[in-house]
Every structure is written in structure tokens, then in C-alpha cells.
Design a protein around this ligand. Sequence first.
Ligand code: TK8
Length: 335
Amino acid sequence: MFRKLLLATGIAAALLAPVAASAQDVKTRIIRFGYGLSESSNQGRAVKYFAEELSKRSGGKLKVKGFGDASLGSDIQMQNALIGGAQEMMVGSTATLVGIVRDFGVYDLPFLFNNEKEADAVLDGPFGEKLLKSLNDKGLVGLVYWENGFRNLTNSKRPITKLEDMGGIKLRVMQNPVYIDMFNRFGANAVPLAFSELFTAMETGTVDGQENPVTTIQSSKFYEVQKYLTISRHVYSPWIMLASKRWYDGLSADEKKILNEAAVASRDFERKDSREASAQSIAYLKEKGMQINELSPAELERMREMVKPAFDKYAADGGAEVLKDLQGAIAASRK
Ligand code: TK8
């Protein structure tokens, strides 16, 4: 009798399980989501979009609390908070992940991608996916890539129309050996610094210049402290949306699914929004008084030549395989 009852309960539970799943196993959760740019930037707009998507898809249960302006810390500090489980999510540069997975530095080699379409194909394809996965045993979950964009140079000293003009300029770069190596080769004086300290460093003259996409130069008001903008598009820079693995592992299958889908939706929104904003930025920056020039194709070619040894150095320092894979993926994206 007792065994029959147990059996019956077992069957009932098995029958009920799919019903429970379709009702969705989602708890009320507050997700602290940190980022470095301002709330009104392309990054801030996309975090807001993600929050709305997540709320919509979870019946209001998964709530994102966004913290812009690096108010939870710099990219590197936030990565560590995620690993430790003190913070749930963030978005930031892939370049600052090199201390955790060295291979992320490969994206920072100059003049790899010709356009956004190639970048999308490579980042969303098997190559980008594999790098995201490599974070799993480091305490992080890499969800999707957003677009930071093609990087351009600004400084307060002089217009840069040729390579030699970069000579001696104290140029803030991201905390990443590929950037340091690249700009020292160009003749600048590379100064690695967290983004959160950059505005003040330019304002006080600790550095003369920096490099970032035009959208960031606009939203972070760098035009207030930088006179010259040089369109160089020397690196295509991705942002990466990260979750704390410790936290993510505690989510139900339903919660993970909702989170992943909202992340993909935010990626598509962010890229479209950033590209539209980017097209408007040059005119805006001109109006704000920046003096803007483009580098000639001949000058860009000289830069490419000059920086070739950086590729050999990267390969020799243990990056040969990932570089070969990336170049293969880019070539495939051009077919
Ligand atoms: C914002 C940074 C920024 C990056 C940089 O936290 O550091 O220059 O381009 O977007 O990740």
C-alpha cells in the first residue's frame, strides 16, 4: 500500500514537472549592473534597454539596477567583484580582460577589421564564442559582445596628420600590453590608465591625449579638454557583457534562458544605436570646437608598416595560435 502510494506520488510529480516549468522557475532578483560610461551614453542606453527587456521577459521579477560612470569601480575592479560574487553583472572593454584570459588581447592588434560587418561575423561566430567560453573557468560568464567601436585619437597638443606628429605625446591607453606596445611604436608615450581616471588626467595635463570611439569622446565630454581629433580607426574595440559565474550558476534554467535572450536582444539594440549615434558624433564634436582631420591612406599605410612587429611580438609572447585563428575567422568573414 505504502509503496503504491510512493509510486503514485512519483508519477504525479513527474506529470506536474512540465507544468511547473512552463509556469517558469523565476525568483525575484536584483542584479547590480556596472558600467564605465555615463547614463546618457550608448553604453548607458543599452544597459537601460537590457533592464527593460529582462523585466518584460521575467514578468518584472529580474530587476537590473544600473550603475554608470564607474560608480562600482573601473572595468578591472568590476571584473574582480564579479569573480568574487560581490556584483552580478557588468559591461566593459575586452581589452581590460587580459589579466584574466590573455587571449583577449588579440582583439587589440591594430587594423584587423575593415568594417563593423566583419567584426559582427567574427565576434558572434565560433571565434568570438570560444573566447567567451574561455572565461568560464575564471569565474566569469561572457554573454555577448557589444560595440564600443573603431578607436580614434584625440590630444591637446597638435593636429596629428602624420605619424611623426605623435612623437612624445603622453597618450593614455587601456591597461593592456598590446596597446602600450602599439603606441610606443608609433612614437607616443603610452600611459596605461583606467578609463574612470581619464578625464581628470587630461584636465590636469597628466596625459595629453587618449584614443576612443567618437561616441565616447562625445558622451564623456572629452571635447572639453581635447582640441584635436584624428580619425584613425586604428582598432575595432568590442565591449563584453559579463556575469558573475558564482551568481549565474545559482540561476534556474529558466532564469538563464531569459537572461541570455535579453543579452542577445541588448546586443542587437546596442550595435544599431551606437552606429546611428556614431554617424552624428563628428558634426557634434566639430560644433563643440574640436579640430578634426582624417589620416590619409598613405599615412595609414605607414602606420600599418610600422606596427607590423607588434604582431610578431604578440605571436612570440604566446599568442600565435589565437592570432592565427582570428586572422582565419576575419578572412572567412570577407568571403
Ligand atoms: C569604459 C571603458 C571604455 C574603453 C576605455 O569602462 O577604457 O578606453 O574604451 O569604453 O571600457
